[in-house]
Design a protein around this ligand. Structure first.
Ligand SMILES: Cc1cc2nc3c(=O)[nH]c(=O)nc-3n(C[C@H](O)[C@H](O)[C@H](O)COP(=O)(O)OP(=O)(O)OC[C@H]3O[C@@H](n4cnc5c(N)ncnc54)[C@H](O)[C@@H]3O)c2cc1C
Length: 461
């Protein structure tokens, strides 16, 4: 907890703050301190809900002056709960949530606390989209600064591949613009290790024509067919154009419609895909992914905007989550068997494994062009456990750890930082590989030598 002097300063901040400073005991405190993952139940000394860049500057300066631990919150979706902290200052950007679109230049400017849904909505109003993630209440901030994998990745790259510029408040409370022609080394590091170097107050992002309708859906098979489905998926993706981003999922199907009796309530393997090109080309290009006679095939032209929000409720705020991820070079048959065994050993129905094809535009970005590491990876894999009862924490976390241990032998040496868990310095170094990590350390020493921004996958100065 903040000592008396810091406590008084936090109360004093209210007088020169456009937004809200929420302190323990205030009526809105529990709402203000909540983050997406209910297992991250921290009690900060204050939550500074910033209304603009001046508020961000004031909050950073106050934290420095009183040596307060800082947590920066964008969308609040960090799996390990980095966007909150016990006893420190949460600099909450969520009131800074606006997105402006310049359709002529095909650019969006998203404020530091904007959510993916707002970016999608504003861009789709002009028939445009920026490649983002799969759940619309995720923050543009954390997603973009770490990577940003989603339905358009093979066609248009990661979210961070579409960054044109970032406005930043530094650890000294100064304002900096990072772009290809302004602080280029900082711009390099922000694209993959971005939470380490400052507070991004705005993101300028490139947009592309998409939709408004795209062909998308799932094909569902009994889990016994997993090896056959995985082999067909691999072959289909080797020949697929960039417009196709597809994945596989292993989970227990819900008990009723639309799942037919052959798969309802049973472990299944699913192929999901989105084609972001014209609908007639999409029918042709997605046919190989649907050709094995699934028990259920839901492919149909869909509103891109609705598709982007279709998992929002399942992954809603306030549940308990244990998620981890890996990048894979290929989908080995032995990995498919391991995933099946993991599902059989799961402690509850909401434990699953998903993967998504990479390659295409994602893979054509040179490995050294950004701090993000793993451009050679063929697949992005996620294990997820979702539950509500805190009594189930040990069993769910143990399953999540076992799943990672079983699948790590199939992974690339580097990893996607947004998929790491609680801070583990070896894992962070490994995620970038030694050469990139050392380059990031040099950057951290320039921009944040006191490690003010350390509630993240931390680059130690
Ligand atoms: C439901 C769900 C779905 C997801 N789907 C995808 C997906 O499809 N693709 C994908 O690539 N990832 C996905 N992710 C992972 C996601 O990219 C990360 O969890 C990301 O960190 C979330 O960003 P946030 O701003 O919401 O989170 P926060 O918890 O607010 O922030 C995460 C980290 O970034 C820092 N940060 C956030 N905003 C800023 C800012 N403006 N300036 C400086 N630092 C900042 C925080 O301090 C923290 O360290 C998903 C996560 C969830 C929970």
């Amino acid at each position: 907890m903040a000592d008396g002097r810091a406590g008084a300063a936090l109360r004093g901040l209210r007088g020169r703050f456009r937004g809200q400073v929420v302190l323990p005991g205030d009526p809105g405190y529990d709402r203000a301190r909540a983050v997406w993952n209910a297992t991250a139940d921290a009690h900060p000394a204050a939550v500074a809900r910033c209304a603009g860049v001046e508020d961000v500057v004031a909050a950073v300066r106050l934290a420095r002056e009183h040596d307060l631990l800082v947590a920066v919150r964008g969308g609040g979706h960090s799996y390990p709960g980095f966007s909150t902290c016990d006893g420190g200052l949460v600099i909450d950007l969520s009131p800074m949530a606006g997105v402006r679109v310049d359709p002529g230049r095909r650019l969006a400017t998203a404020a530091g606390g904007a959510l993916l849904g707002e970016l999608d909505r504003q861009a789709q109003a002009h028939g445009l989209a920026c490649p983002t993630g799969h759940v619309s209440h995720t923050g543009v901030g954390g997603l973009t600064l770490g990577g940003g994998v989603g339905r358009l990745t093979r066609r248009h790259g990661l979210t961070l591949d579409n960054l044109v510029a970032i406005e930043l408040v530094t650890a000294d409370g100064e304002r900096v613009r990072a772009a290809a022609d302004s602080e280029p080394e900082l711009f390099w590091g922000l694209r993959g290790a971005g939470a380490n170097f400052g507070i991004a107050t705005s993101f300028e992002l490139r947009l592309h024509p998409v939709g408004p309708r795209v062909l998308a859906g799932i094909a569902v098979y009994p889990i016994e067919r997993a090896r056959e489905v995985a082999a067909a998926f691999t072959a289909a993706m080797a020949a697929a154009p960039d417009e196709v981003t597809a994945g596989m999922g292993w989970f227990v199907a819900p008990p009723g419609p639309p799942f037919p009796p052959a798969v309802a309530g049973r472990p299944v393997v699913v192929v999901n895909a989105t084609h972001c090109g014209p609908l007639d080309a999409a029918e042709r290009d997605l046919a190989p992914l649907r050709a094995l006679g699934p028990a259920l095939d839901t492919f149909a032209p869909r509103s891109y905007l609705e598709l982007q929000a279709e998992s929002d409720d399942h992954y809603r705020w306030g549940k308990r989550y244990y998620w981890k991820g890996l990048l894979l070079e290929a989908l080995a048959a032995e990995a498919v068997d391991q995933i099946g065994a993991l599902l059989a050993a799961a402690p509850g129905p909401d434990c699953g494994v998903g993967l998504l094809s990479l390659g295409g535009a994602f893979g054509r970005v040179p490995e050294d062009a950004t701090a993000f590491s793993g451009r050679d990876a063929a697949l992005w894999l996620i294990t997820e456990a979702v539950w509500q009862d805190p009594a189930q924490d040990p069993a769910r976390v143990a399953w999540g750890r076992d799943a990672m241990a079983a699948l790590r032998p199939f992974a690339t040496s580097v990893n996607y930082v947004n998929d790491l868990g609680q801070l583990d310095q070896d894992a962070v170094r490994g995620a970038y590989g030694p050469a990139k990590y050392d380059r990031l350390v040099a950057l951290k020493r320039t921009w944040d030598p006191a490690n003010v921004f350390r509630r993240n996958q931390n680059i130690r100065p």
